[in-house]
Design a binder for this molecule. Sequence first.
Ligand code: GLY
Ligand code: MN
Ligand code: MN
Length: 485
Amino acid sequence: MAEAQDTQDAVQDKPIKQRKNRLYPAVSEELAAVMKSGWADTERHGLDPIEQAPYAAARRAALSARFPGERIVVPAGRLRTRSNDTEYPFRASTEYVHLTGDQTQNAVLVLEPLADGGHRATAYLLPRSDRENGEFWLDGQGELWVGRRSSLAEGEQLLGLPCKDVRKVADELRAATGPVRVVRGHDESVEAALADKVTAERDTELKIFLSELRLIKDAYEIGELQKACDSTARGFEDVVKVLDKAEATSERWIEGTFFLRARVEGNDIGYSSICAAGPHATTLHWVRNDGPVRPGELLLLDAGVETTTLYTADVTRTLPIDGRFSPLQRKIYDAVYDAQEAGIAAVKPGAAYRDFHEAAQRVLAERLVEWGLLDGPVERVLELALQRRWTLHGTGHMLGLDVHDCAQARTESYVDCTLEPGMVLTVEPGLYFQPDDLTVPAEYRGIGVRIEDDIVVTDDGARNLSGGLPRQADEVEAWMAALRG
Ligand code: GLY
Ligand code: MN
Ligand code: MN
């Protein structure tokens, strides 16, 4: 790929300046003139709004009601440099996506307070590239380099709200009067424009509110999470079908196989896939994925497809690589399965959020005492949390646009909350016996098991969004046998 001639900053704030290009040191006037014209009008008219537009409008209404009279600024974020002039794939900020349904790079949502109450929401977007000033073909983010964008008029139809040129937003924000809050951490130039108007404390309040606004998913979001889980189930099937190839290569084959499904059906993986074979399964966040895949061992696969609308699944299955659990593997697997069953049974409206964690931990503690790994009674073990040596992490978390969704929510709104219909959470107990753990019999060492599902709280109980994938040991073996033929 040849060098582009400028960076995204030129698009936003600065005039187009030619970057050094060793092959084309200068642009001739004749070429510049000829590049301005001869392009068809591709403006699209009569576009239907995106499906999430009414849901995003309702979320903005809640935001407006919470911060009357204040200007609220929610940036989508910018490209981040990976190395030199290459960037990580762009992923719009969760807050911006939740409030607009849009994913435009560099965009900014502004809620401007109105004199008679309420707010006017405007999406400031990167518009089509200008053909007159050369931005179209000379700038690294020009459409000739990165592809066509929606025009502002198209954006208005798609998003159902007024759209303006994002290159004006910094000046407008600098000139604005009255109280302002900004979602920090996504766009330094927007934050710089607001530096003398905002406080960390007030911005944190905004971030907390937006995190808590996502605690209860609407019907659109639950549909998207179901799609994410369905795609993820297909990705797990893909992996089972190629386990023999993985055996001949490494965990990387598994990672690549799942990634293919994520990219073909969704936007990406929602988090780094954990493809942990054998003793790697005891490393909670094993994402190096460069180890061998050996028959007789277990594969712990924790992976999730992120939909094109950026909702992610978060699913774990622990699979016998050769298709059959050994008796000891099955004993440990069954304990985790029973813990998960107890956890899932505790997910229902009106239950405390902590209930599913406690229900699952109780089962794990009981088994560890039964196996002689811990001295009872179980109540003592639970009180001192002694089971944590082998099950370090919590039993679950909220799920949505972020894999660990609603992370800024207050303790009283999250871990101390009562479950309500529309909440989506993972239930993911595990047992992990480190290869060098001298407190367990040698045969336990190097075995790690986690089972993780995505559960939506319904009006009368809960539904397992990832229940399309078998969990019970016999069913896992039968499913693997059927897929491998
Ligand atoms: N995949 C990370 C988690 O399960 O929380
Ligand atoms: Mn999880
Ligand atoms: Mn997970």
